[in-house]
Design a protein around this ligand. Sequence first.
Ligand SMILES: CCCCCCCCCCCCCCCCCCCCCCCC(=O)SCCNC(=O)CCNC(=O)[C@H](O)C(C)(C)COP(=O)(O)OP(=O)(O)OC[C@H]1O[C@@H](n2cnc3c(N)ncnc32)[C@H](O)[C@@H]1OP(=O)(O)O
Ligand SMILES: Cc1cc2nc3c(=O)[nH]c(=O)nc-3n(C[C@H](O)[C@H](O)[C@H](O)COP(=O)(O)OP(=O)(O)OC[C@H]3O[C@@H](n4cnc5c(N)ncnc54)[C@H](O)[C@@H]3O)c2cc1C
Length: 667
Amino acid sequence: MAEHNVCVELVRERQKCTFEVQELIHLIDGGITATEERREVENVVCTDPRIKDVVPEEYLSHKERYENAIRKNCILQEILKKYTEKRTWDNFRPSNKYRISSGVVKDISPFMLHTGMFIPTLVNQSDDEQKAKWVPKAMSMEIIGTYAQTELGHGSFIRGLETTATYDPNTEEFVLNTPNLTSYKWWPGGLAHTANHCIVVAQLYSKGQHYGVHPFFVQIRDIETHVPLPGIKVGEIGPKLGFQTANNGFLGFENFRIPRRNMLMKNAQVLKDGTYIKSKNDKLTYGTMVFVRVIILFDLAFELSRAATIAVRYSAVRHQSQLKANEPELQIIDYVTQQHKLFIGVSTSHVFRVVGLWLWNTYVKVNADIGKGNMDQLPELHALACCLKAVCSRDAAARVEEFRLACGGHGFMTSSNLPIINGIVSASITYEGEFSVLMLQTARFLMKAWNGVLARKTLTPTVSYLSKFSNSDRVQWANTTAGIISGFQAAAAGKTKEAYAAIQSYLKPGTDYEDAWNSASVQLVSASEAHCRAILCEISWSEMQRLSKTVSPNLGKVLLELAELYLTYWSLEKRGDLLMYTTISTADIAKLQARYEELLALIRPNAVGIVDGFDIRDEILNSTLGAYDGRVYERLMEEAKKSPLNAEPVNESFHKYIKPLMLKAKL
Ligand SMILES: CCCCCCCCCCCCCCCCCCCCCCCC(=O)SCCNC(=O)CCNC(=O)[C@H](O)C(C)(C)COP(=O)(O)OP(=O)(O)OC[C@H]1O[C@@H](n2cnc3c(N)ncnc32)[C@H](O)[C@@H]1OP(=O)(O)O
Ligand SMILES: Cc1cc2nc3c(=O)[nH]c(=O)nc-3n(C[C@H](O)[C@H](O)[C@H](O)COP(=O)(O)OP(=O)(O)OC[C@H]3O[C@@H](n4cnc5c(N)ncnc54)[C@H](O)[C@@H]3O)c2cc1C
């Protein structure tokens, strides 16, 4: 971007920056080569004239919008293929180059489930022979798939799914059926008109026995004509709050037959005669969900970085109101309330990225152990992935909404892109495991851990802190980062203990454990949240400390300020918990508040530099408010002029309706 086109405010902001933005970019990308590789792909895609929309997406009809999304995503796939020719699943290291999808369509790609769930399920749940047959075809997009699990009647409760797969040993086939309306598959992305295959999660029956849900590889459309195969009823579910171009669909089966070997057989198998061979652990069927819950953190970090870039740059460009009489109007970023809205979101993006990487490394290690037959770490991984996915998605949605509010009226414009990002992030609270449902899964793990505390057992690493805080004394508070982390752990331990006690107190004679659990479930969710906050604080602080030692002192200082801001913000937000479970005093809280305000002031001069460090091209930001040059007002007007309503000075509705109305009023 030529600096002479950049508005004066952003030029000044960039001059103020105390660290090398390029260094931050490389840190986020994971190295200079990764930055170069990402930029090269982004450049090729974003400068391809076929990708540019003449009419903005939001003015297209639902149908046109989908068709446009498909057209452009096919071009993207063509380009990406060149950059991923040597890629096999085993060396598949999806780098930031996949964020390019946002530079192609503003909303979600209809191919997202193909990459995000169809391929991972084939890789992780097929046996070697199946993998060799299906994965290369899926990777090259010779076949296009999705993940069809949720039904009209059931999403959270997977054991309640109603689609059946009944084995017929005479033909060595499974017969798929949708027994009633509520058993229609409902929601899968790309299912409606994009995918020709899908993973179908269905209840398995063989030799008259029921064996629970299992994944099946199912072709639903003819490869040549794309016509749904006989016995398949498929269509689209209609417009939503967001995800307009995701092509979410419904699917029903009527005695639809698939070969026996189309059941994914890495974990459980059905032999030719219908004998069922059990998996080592029946929860391995849920493996793709664990994988996606893990990678969602990267997606949330990215979406937050987009929203942060938009809101921070806009706040530097926008002037409003006078702080002092007879002085120029302030850049809104100089209002401390504005910094309070902005900087926690910027910091949260970094926190999610580093905690996401830590979770990813844990996932890789546990998966390797599972491969060797050791399932010991699976419950802990599941508990971690559940609460982190749930809390981070909810936090991300709150932060994006705050960024939107920080942009005032203009943030409400679709052209700001904040409403679309809002829709994308809000969906993640529900999909891949609804918030409360996942929090309660982590709570199950915490209750077991508390049993371990009471039995003086050694706990697994992420809950080992519970033993430290098992007595009733309030924990000694220290106004340091270590003190804050310890305070969060004390709060998590205290809440876990109370939720445990609440279950016991509800367990009157004649009360089932499940009813007592339900009665205590608000406290259980609260305990899960506290546990998750303790993890987010501990891991983000240790990771940012580690990273700060790998970069220049100037950048290291900024990283630590962002990490400390996160800890301090949440200490203040959760001061009630800290007052309950630690010896924190009102004077300590006042000190935390003062430090928080100090951190806002320290971050302020670097704010634009920090979001520049996310290195998000204008085409990927898609925002009138957030472009690199800060020409906010020109862009808002240019975009407004694209409204089809502005193509004619008088709309025909005037003659048809308004004029007659006015004439009638005269009579
Ligand atoms: C360096 C960077 C590398 C990064 C690599 C990334 C590569 C990726 C490339 C692609 C890029 C694209 C990025 C895009 C971002 C991602 C976008 C994806 C978009 C997704 C769209 C949405 C898709 C969907 O929504 S699919 C449907 C999802 N559905 C759900 O999640 C349903 C939720 N429900 C459940 O999970 C279950 O029903 C549950 C857990 C609530 C209850 O199950 P069940 O009734 O069977 O169990 P319980 O009786 O309650 O408990 C039994 C027992 O089992 C334990 N357990 C449950 N689940 C699991 C599990 N998954 N694993 C292990 N254990 C489990 C449970 O804890 C209980 O244990 P107890 O010991 O008895 O307590
Ligand atoms: C944008 C989007 C994309 C999606 N894509 C896919 C896809 O590609 N493939 C796919 O298979 N699915 C997909 N889904 C479906 C998604 O996974 C489910 O919507 C999600 O798992 C929640 O299930 P549900 O809709 O049945 O909600 P419900 O389970 O009906 O939840 C409704 C309410 O009931 C509460 N509740 C439910 N069970 C419990 C419980 N045990 N304890 C306490 N409270 C409970 C919940 O907390 C919630 O408040 C998608 C959904 C969305 C929104």
